[in-house]
Write a protein that binds this ligand. Structure first.
Ligand code: MLT
Length: 272
């Protein structure tokens, strides 16, 4: 099944993997900039998200014991990674630099584990390697149930509280509006499936030592979702990695500080 995706430019390929509950439009500034600098840029909507709603019904059934939720699907990080590899096959891309943000990093960790030869370099934005504990699993299940019963409206609250830096909320109403629109456009079934997929993810900590490709880790200094310790742990774990912390940026640092982000990414890609 074909994933809705951007495919711009010519040159070495970069595949962008969006975060949750977002879609490929979060990479707009990066696709424009990098396709104008000699790269082929691919950005799919991951399973169940963005315009990729048809794939939600292709996800496996969850094993919820709640009879109301039995038919709600589960979109695993591994299934998302396999979708990305299938898209690369379709587009005749043998290997690419992979840039993920948050949930997109979980998918990137799966991709490099399952298909190591297809990943030439990694850019990990707002990443975390550790797996979910029981509290996180319960919280994700509660969020999944809430979104199924109420829709996406309640998720908008977190945008100014935890997702974006204070300066973004104050000075960049266009970014706040774009993020709000992405969240509200997300299909509740797809969001619930992705929440359950994240609750079922592996702990990627022990994968880090096996990652041998050049890796750039990017963190927003005011990220309210990921801690600096998460990024530092990954930097220590991946031998060929470097960490950039962007000021006046939160969890969506590529949208909040696109110029700083794009320049750093271009400098990094030119060294790979
Ligand atoms: C994301 O931005 O993708 C989410 O924060 C991921 C997560 O909930 O772990």
């Amino acid at each position: 099944m074909r994933m809705p995706h951007y495919n711009f430019g010519n040159g070495p390929a970069i595949v962008f993997l969006h975060g949750f509950p977002f879609n490929r439009s979060m990479w707009r500034e990066q696709t424009e900039f990098l396709s104008g600098h000699g790269y082929r840029v691919i950005a799919p909507d991951l399973r169940g998200l963005g315009e990729n709603v048809a794939q939600t019904s292709a996800c496996e059934s969850s094993s919820s014991s709640d009879h109301r939720l039995k038919s709600v699907p589960l979109a695993t990080m591994e299934a998302m990674a396999r979708d990305v590899a299938a898209l690369m096959d379709e587009l005749k891309i043998d290997s690419a630099a992979i840039c993920g943000l948050s949930m997109g990093c979980y998918v990137a960790f799966e991709l490099i584990q399952i298909f190591p030869s297809r990943v030439k370099a990694l850019v990990l934005c707002g990443p975390r390697a550790s797996g979910p504990d029981e509290t996180e699993k319960a919280s994700r299940e509660a969020q999944a149930q809430r979104v199924l019963h109420e829709g996406m409206g309640f998720a908008v609250e977190s945008i100014s509280k935890t997702l974006l830096a204070a300066a973004t909320v104050r000075d960049k109403p266009d970014v706040v509006a774009r993020v709000t629109e992405m969240v509200l456009q997300t299909d509740p079934g797809g969001a619930a499936a992705a929440q359950r997929g994240m609750a079922a993810r592996r702990d990627y900590s022990s994968d880090l030592a096996n990652i041998k490709v050049p890796t750039l880790i990017i963190a927003g200094r005011e990220d309210g979702v990921r801690t600096p310790a998460d990024a530092e742990f990954i930097e220590r774990g991946i031998k060929e990695s470097q960490l950039l912390v962007i000021d006046d940026a939160g969890h969506l640092m590529n949208m909040e500080q696109p110029h700083v982000f794009n320049d750093a990414m271009l400098d990094f890609l030119r060294t790979t």
